[in-house]
Design a protein around this ligand. Structure first.
Ligand SMILES: *Cc1c(COP(=O)(O)O)cnc(C)c1O
Length: 368
């Protein structure tokens, strides 16, 4: 199908376009570790670690959205790990966000710093002014999770390119429907597909996408050698989520904007952050580079007890971590040791009707 149609239309129909009479319209789950392969290998499937047809279909689908070669992994962290293991060696220097997903920093501290890789952290808001001299690889995350700070991807990419740095963008909070790091100059886009891409809180998955074969090939090699493969069943569930991605993301974004709008100006709420709010400090940059602002709203209530009570009495919130699922959820991030106030809540909007979610949120605030 030609490029005149949106990636979502092409994703929905790339399979139907190739079907022969009698073949299933839904994507088959090919659950096989080994494939018929007599004689010399001829490039067709032969072993699950080297390639599986269901997994490859899903890589093609995500590749249509990213407009890039895509490698699927069994979790977001496996995708991040693959980039680090494939591209960092002793003596290299890596720049990583100081305030994004903490396990990315934990992985560098645990596995890479002891092997002679220098790890420097930079606040998301300072990345566009960071010194990239001598930096092999930089990992940004914008909007950052959970603080929702934003950096100017094009500005970071210009500096990183000038220094010969590989720029990797964790695009989990936005999704490629709302923000396109590769179009803005990032070399690799990585995502926890566990979140909005799969969207139903039932699998872990992740991917790396890139348009430069020299950067992607070592990542594919690392995956094959390390064996970080997603199962065909989980790939199928991800595929199923991708088919409704646009609908889910647009509802979740609308919910988040409506919640942020409803909470702004409320005297019981402090530190409200949502990049889509015109009053948010991240909004001027977010507006330039995002088409939608994601499902996460963060804010503080008076203290931990007030925040926990709000979550407990809210009828449309799962008291759970993660985001990007169909059910709205929330948690006090202080329980994970994040550098946030006691009453800080990360609320992740799902796909409930907007008016229900706003009404339930306001009555939970009122203590009803
Ligand atoms: C959840 C998350 C990850 C890790 O994904 P897993 O699938 O849990 O390994 C990485 N980055 C961000 C921004 C995330 O929110």
């Amino acid at each position: 199908m030609t490029d005149q149609y949106s990636p979502i239309s092409r994703l929905l129909h790339h399979r139907t376009q190739r079907l022969r009479k009698g073949e299933p319209v839904a994507l088959p789950i090919i659950a096989s570790s080994t494939f018929q392969q007599p004689g010399d290998p001829d490039g067709t499937h032969f072993y699950g670690r080297n390639g599986n047809p269901t997994v490859e279909e899903v890589e093609t689908e995500i590749g249509l959205i990213e407009a890039a070669d895509t490698v699927l992994f069994p979790s977001g962290m496996a995708a991040i790990a693959a980039v680090f293991y494939a591209h960092l060696k002793p003596g290299d220097c890596v720049l990583v966000h100081a305030d994004g997903y903490y396990n990315a920093r934990a992985l560098l501290a645990d596995q890479f710093a002891p092997k002679g890789i220098e790890v420097r952290t930079v606040a998301t808001t300072a990345f566009a002014q960071a010194d990239f001299t001598g930096v092999k690889l930089a990992l940004i995350e914008t909007p950052s999770n959970p603080g929702l700070d934003v950096c100017d991807i094009a500005a970071v990419a210009a500096r990183s390119k000038a220094a010969g740095t590989i720029l990797v963008a964790d695009n989990t909070t936005a999704t490629p429907l709302c923000q396109r790091p590769l179009d803005l100059g990032a070399d690799l886009s990585i995502m926890a597909d566990t979140k909005a891409m799969a969207g139903h809180s039932d699998i872990l998955a992740g991917h790396v996408s890139g348009r430069n074969a020299d950067l992607i090939a070592p990542i594919k090699t690392w995956r094959r050698l390390a064996g970080a493969l997603v199962s065909p069943f989980d790939a199928y569930l991800l595929h199923r989520g991708l088919e409704t991605l646009e609908l889910r993301v647009s509802r979740a974004n609308a919910n988040a904007l409506a919640i942020a709008t409803a909470l702004s100006g409320d005297p019981r709420v402090t530190g409200l952050r949502y990049p889509g709010l015109a009053s948010d400090p991240a909004h001027p940059v977010a507006r330039r580079q995002m088409k939608g602002y994601g499902p996460i709203v963060s804010f503080c209530l008076a203290d931990r007890a007030t925040a926990e009570a709000f979550i407990a009495r809210h009828p449309l919130l799962a008291a759970a971590t993660s985001f990007g699922g169909v059910h709205s959820s929330a948690e006090c991030r202080v329980r994970w040791g994040d550098a946030v106030p006691e009453g800080f809540i990360r609320m992740a909007c799902g796909i409930e009707p907007v008016s229900d979610l706003v009404a339930a949120t306001l009555s939970a605030l009122d203590g009803e």
